[in-house]
Design a protein around this ligand. Structure first.
Ligand SMILES: [Zn+2]
Length: 84
């Protein structure tokens, strides 16, 4: 996947690192506090990010659905009123 990146947030100090690969060739450490960057933590954060993204998309989809239903409802009311 071109342009795919991994992000790692230091659990100790919150420093964010951008990683090109999941498994780093040399052991990376947090530039701020020296905590080791582990791919277990990268994976865990990736899963969390995935959940947040899925929830965001779900909320958007639900929002669109309600807007669509409201529009249908309005059209139905207009037709009922118009037929009288
Ligand atoms: Zn740190």
């Amino acid at each position: 996947m071109a342009g795919f990146q991994y992000f790692w947030t230091c659990p100790s100090c919150g420093t964010e690192l951008e990683l090109r690969k999941r498994v780093t060739q040399t052991k990376r450490r947090c530039p701020h506090c020296g905590d080791p960057v582990t791919f277990q933590e990268i994976d865990r954060q990736g899963v969390e990010r995935g959940h947040q993204e899925a929830k965001r998309q779900f909320d958007q989809t639900t929002g669109c659905l309600w807007a669509f239903l409201a529009l249908l409802f309005l059209i139905a009311i207009c037709q009922v009123v118009g037929n009288k």
